[in-house]
Design a protein around this ligand. Structure first.
Ligand SMILES: [Zn+2]
Length: 619
């Protein structure tokens, strides 16, 4: 039965572990030759063991033997391989690799909620269109990761207020001046938040009540200055009660020995600056001519009087703006400097500029009175007090103003001049800068003038940051607004187009409309006309020069003038405690941040002696 190369051989199965049983079989050469044992199925029983017979063979040349030898050879090679340097090297590399993966896993696991401040970027292949935005995002990330909180004391505080500069005005001005991808100077500040602007009695406020909140930390009633909500509009009697006077940050700064000042492009007696130094029941009481007789008889003082004759106004180191007609009776109008017929024009024979000068003479203080560009450029900034009155009413729009020697300065020029005076104060200073003509232009529906005023404020902020560059560590600079206007940025103009251009055609009547319109506005914005069929339809603005500074944007609701808007305004900050602007705040919070950062007002430093004198009422 034993055949080489037979079919049977394919059925042979090697049996391991049987050698000892068969080693005792006689007459074999198995012990010398290394016998092979096989089971072979026979399909029947020839030796009483059933169908499984065991054969012993010494033959070495069978197919099965060759197979066996071959297997034995492979085992030998594999064992050699296991002992080889190559295998050991692979084993070590593998172990290191697995270890690194494990470390990576652990590190990743630990980092799960703690991304480190190093930026590792996988340089994935991106299309140019995507790459530019990933790089942009990377740049912004790098800047954001370097933002630090400055918890130092603010020696100096500069507060910029864009009157009526809501977020819509800021976006439109940004596109106008720097394009969609640009930034206004304060938009580079590291910290920002939003301010709610409502007053105590109005969902949408006016400038005097919001200024009281910003500068005094207390919300007040519509059109009142420097008094709390117990004083309603026009209530002179209650406004005389000093317990309802709201002390402004200006007063706190003066008590702390700091230099103080404000500059504005409006009258120095106008709604916003008035809340710094006046306590008055009606913002219209800028001078004698608009004061009701009853209020005069009760002893209420107009805003101009309070500025020049009362504290903290008379202690101001810098006063700059317009409003000569409120300070001096009988001023003359000129073509470039008209009398503002909308506001108070003094008639009681006063000359509060002379009164202001005499007060400084009496106190032996150095001073300067400035009335035009030439005065501003040439004055000696070492004086202790400066009164700059550059216009009868408000200053002219920045685009329109006479820039010559006899003309009016820009907001930037006034701001830098104010800084020259105030920076010499050893204990630091507090300066308020108001860009007031943003509001005035919006009220008249003149969007391009308004955005040009925002642009002028951009210049003033940039110049200030540059001047204060070496003192930014202890100078808190805040840029915000008192309220918004109902300016609308409409869909869907192409990117890169002038923001004053046509956006597209109306899908209702196919008449083009401009990117900028106002929701509310005066009669000039009501631009409807009869068509050939006698139907009323909106005028096609593409027939007008919408790029003109005198172009009035179309309005939705016609009233006497464009109204304020009720949306929140942004507040941007840099310097000590700037990070305290971080979410949605009340506008009154601004005064408290300044007070805390500069350690003045209720957050002033205290000493035992100071506390004692406070108790005695000598504070
Ligand atoms: Zn206004």
């Amino acid at each position: 039965m034993y055949e080489q190369d037979s079919v049977e051989s394919e059925l042979f199965l090697p049996i391991r572990g049987m050698a000892s049983e068969f080693e005792r079989e006689p007459g074999t050469a198995a012990q010398q030759q290394g016998p092979r044992y096989y089971l072979k199925s026979t399909g029947g029983s020839s030796n009483g063991r059933g169908g499984l017979n065991v054969y012993v063979s010494n033959r070495r040349s069978s197919f099965c033997e060759q197979q066996q030898q071959q297997h034995g050879g492979d085992s030998f090679k594999f064992r050699d391989f296991l002992k080889s340097k190559l295998f050991v090297s692979i084993l070590i590399i593998g172990a290191v690799f697995v270890t690194l993966i494990c470390i990576g896993f652990v590190v990743t696991y630990e980092r799960d909620n703690d991304v480190t401040q190093t930026i590792d970027v996988w340089r994935d292949k991106l299309s140019p269109e995507q790459y530019v935005w990933f790089e942009n995002g990377l740049d912004e990330l790098k800047k954001a990761l370097t933002v630090q909180t400055n918890t130092k004391r603010a020696k100096n505080v500069i507060l910029f207020v864009g009157d009526g500069m809501g977020p819509n005005s800021v976006t439109a001005a940004r596109i106008f001046k720097h394009g969609e991808g640009g930034k206004l100077s304060w938009e580079n500040f590291p910290h920002m938040g939003l301010l709610k602007t409502y007053s105590m009695d109005k969902q949408v406020p006016d400038s005097s009540s919001t200024a009281t909140a910003l500068f005094g930390g207390v919300k007040a009633n519509y059109e009142t200055n420097g008094v709390d909500s117990a004083v309603s509009l026009g209530d002179c009697r209650t406004s005389l009660n000093k317990s309802h006077h709201v002390e402004s940050i200006l007063y706190w700064a003066q008590k702390a020995g700091k230099g103080t000042g404000f500059v504005t492009t409006t009258r120095v007696t106008h709604a916003t600056p008035a809340s710094l130094f006046a306590n008055v029941a009606d913002r219209r009481w800028e001078c004698d001519a608009t004061m009701p007789e009853e209020a005069k008889n009760l002893g209420c003082l107009d805003i101009a009087q309070q500025l020049v004759e009362e504290e903290p106004g008379k202690k101001l180191n810098v006063i700059m703006g317009g409003g000569r007609q409120c300070l001096v009776s009988g001023v003359e109008a000129t073509d470039i400097d008209p009398i503002d017929t909308w506001s108070c024009n003094s008639k009681d024979g006063r000359n509060l500029i002379e009164t202001w000068k005499q007060d400084k003479v009496d106190k032996e203080l150095t001073f300067a009175v400035l009335q035009n560009n030439s005065d501003l450029i040439n004055f000696d900034a070492s004086v202790e007090h400066v009164l700059g009155v550059f216009a009868n009413g408000h200053l002219a729009y920045d685009h329109n103003r006479n820039k010559g020697d006899s003309g009016m300065p820009s907001l930037e020029q006034m701001t830098t001049a104010a800084l020259r005076v105030l920076r010499r104060h050893q204990k630091g200073f507090f300066l308020v800068v108001e860009s007031g003509m943003i509001d005035q232009a919006h009220h008249r529906g003149l969007a391009k003038q308004a955005l040009t005023e925002v642009s002028a404020m951009d210049d003033a902020v940039a110049a200030t940051v540059k001047i204060m560059q070496r003192e930014l560590d202890d100078t808190l600079i805040i840029v915000t607004a008192d309220h918004a206007h109902t300016l609308s940025i409409n869909g869907y103009p192409e990117k890169g187009k002038s923001v004053f251009d046509i956006a597209q055609n109306s899908k209702a009547d196919v008449v083009p409309y401009t990117t900028l319109t106002y929701a509310t506005g005066g009669p000039d914005g009501f631009q409807m006309e009869l068509d050939g069929e006698g139907k009323i339809r909106r005028k096609d603005p593409s027939l007008d020069d919408t790029e003109s500074y005198s172009y009035v944007q179309q309005v939705g609701v016609v009233t006497d003038e464009n109204t304020h808007g009720g949306v929140d305004v942004a507040v941007h900050a840099i310097g000590p405690m700037a990070h305290l602007f971080h979410c949605v705040h009340e506008n009154s919070y601004v005064a408290h941040v300044i007070s805390y950062a500069a350690r003045i007002g209720r957050f002033r430093d205290s000493s035992a002696a100071g506390a004692f004198f406070d108790l005695l009422g000598f504070s």
